[in-house]
Design a binder for this molecule. Structure first.
Ligand SMILES: [Zn+2]
Ligand SMILES: [Zn+2]
Length: 162
């Protein structure tokens, strides 16, 4: 089972708020493959998601994307999900959360607060990732399934809600 080992790491996301031009080139190519242009509003959504260190809800995206209409945000997110640029995290609360796809960023997991709905990224060390892969690989293959990647989110109460 292989994990995403992209060179775009989270360390480049959180601080400077300026994703590399490579990211935009890759995204423009994916959109073009589906006959879509990388419009200003699509790029605005991507820039907001690239500048944060956790998945965001639509209200949070609108707050940070200056002048973006709610209807465009919905449409752009749907299109970006369709071409594999954005991933939707279903956390069971009223708001979906959105983030850039792992192959554009880096492999990580989520802490999902079941009370306030906040979703936070977290990583585990390589040793634990390898152990998880081995255990999940064995379990999947027992079902005749060929695993390619894993997603693992942890539900519970965040520090504020405990
Ligand atoms: Zn919470
Ligand atoms: Zn993992």
């Amino acid at each position: 089972m292989s994990r995403s080992t992209s060179t775009h790491s989270h360390s480049g996301r959180a601080g400077d708020g300026a994703p590399t031009e490579d990211l935009h080139v890759t995204i423009a190519q994916r959109l073009r493959g589906d006959g879509l242009r990388y419009t200003g509003s699509r790029r605005k959504v991507v820039e907001v998601l690239a500048a944060t260190d956790r998945p965001l809800t639509i209200p949070e995206i609108l707050e940070q994307a200056d002048g973006l209409a709610q209807s465009s945000a919905y449409r752009n997110l749907t299109e970006l999900i369709g071409v594999g640029v954005v991933h939707r995290i279903v956390s069971g609360d009223e708001f979906s959360h959105f983030e850039l796809a792992e192959d554009l960023t880096s492999h990580h997991h989520h802490l999902v607060c079941t009370r306030c709905g906040r979703v936070t990224d977290f990583t585990v060390d390589d040793e634990l990732e390898a152990a998880l892969d081995a255990a999940l690989d064995a379990a999947a293959r027992r079902q005749g399934f060929e695993p390619e990647h894993h997603r693992l989110d942890v539900g519970g109460r965040c520090a504020d809600c405990r």
